[in-house]
Design a protein around this ligand. Structure first.
Ligand code: SF4
Length: 168
C-alpha cells in the first residue's frame, strides 16, 4: 500500500484517526474545514496554479511543485503552525528524493497567519521517512482501532462524533 501525506500527518496527530482513515472510514470530505482549506488554496494561490505543476508520485499528491527549483509549496489553512504539517512535507521531500530528485526543499505557507516555514533538505529525512512509513503501516494493520486520545484537538476532528458517540 502507498501512504499519502494525509496518513503521515495523521500519524503525527492521532493514531486512532490514522487507523480510521486508512481503514476506509473517511469523514474528512464532509468537513467544512476541508472546504475552507480548499477555498484558501484556490483563491489565495490562484496564480501559483498557473505557475507550478501538480505532481502525483507514489501515494503522494503535491498541488504546487516548482520543478525548476525543486521546491514544494504547501498551503495550510490552519491558524497555528503544527508539527504534523512539517512531518507531512518532510515525507513529500523523502518521496521526491527516493524518486531521483536531488535535495528538494519546501515552503509551508500559512495565509491566515501570514507566515511561512522553509524546510531545507536534510539527509536525516531518509531515515525519518522510512521510520514513519513503518510505524504508520503497523498502526494501519492493527486488528482494532487505537484508543481515544482525549485531547483538545478532538473537538475540531471530523471523527469527533464517531469517537465520542457515547458522551454527546
Ligand atoms: S476525535 Fe480525537 S481520538 Fe477521535 S480520531 Fe479525532 S483526534 Fe483521534
Amino acid at each position: 500500500m502507498h501512504l499519502t501525506g494525509t496518513h503521515i500527518a495523521y500519524l503525527h496527530t492521532c493514531h486512532r484517526k490514522l487507523w480510521l482513515f486508512a481503514n476506509g472510514i473517511q469523514m474528512e470530505h464532509n468537513s467544512e474545514m476541508v472546504a475552507e482549506g480548499k477555498l484558501i488554496a484556490e483563491t489565495t494561490y490562484l496564480d501559483r496554479a498557473r505557475k507550478y505543476t501538480e505532481l502525483a508520485i507514489e501515494g503522494i499528491k503535491i498541488d504546487f511543485y516548482d520543478a525548476k527549483e525543486k521546491v514544494v509549496h504547501e498551503v495550510k489553512k490552519s491558524d497555528k503552525v503544527e508539527h504534523a504539517h512539517k512531518a507531512q512535507v518532510i515525507y513529500y521531500l523523502y518521496i521526491l528524493h527516493k524518486n531521483g530528485i536531488n535535495e528538494p526543499s519546501a515552503i509551508i505557507e500559512y495565509p491566515k497567519l501570514k507566515q511561512r516555514e522553509i524546510i531545507n533538505w536534510d539527509d536525516d529525512f531518509i531515515t525519518l521517512g522510512r521510520d514513519w512509513e513503518e510505524e504508520a503501516l503497523e498502526i494501519i494493520r492493527l486488528e482494532g482501532c487505537p484508543k481515544l486520545i482525549r485531547k483538545s484537538i478532538c473537538k475540531k476532528c471530523s471523527y469527533y462524533e464517531l469517537c465520542y458517540i457515547d458522551e454527546i
